[in-house]
Unconditional design. Sequence first.
Length: 151
Amino acid sequence: MIATQKGLVVYNPFTKQIIRYLHDAKVNGSISQNSVYSIYQDNRGSMWIGTYFGGVNQLSNYSTPFYSLINQIKAPDYLFNYVTSGLEQDNAGNLWVGTEDGGLFKISMATGGTNQFLNDPRNTRTIGSNNIKTVLKDKDGNIWIGTHGGG
């Protein structure tokens, strides 16, 4: 899978086939936005696609339709008003979504509950910046974030 500003490109090395997935407002189940910023494969093999102001999409078994996270778990609309810059799953199955200027979201895939983590300059125990650039899980299962201007 290749993230581009002109859709999601999937290359099958066995068949040498290339498929480009594009947003089409007339087609239910197309990718929500053409500018793809992040891709993550979860522990079940589903692909999570983060877009530029189009939210997060799920692609199961490399076949359409795409499922918008907002419809799948009833995540709050405001989650999709940001650029999705990083995706990671923790050991409990929660999806962590890093955004540019929207902070960090923890989404329970079991319940659909959502927590948003934001920087508070008066509180040193909050994230260092709301501009998340990457989200990673280490070998011990800890979730780490990299930010712009906040460590």
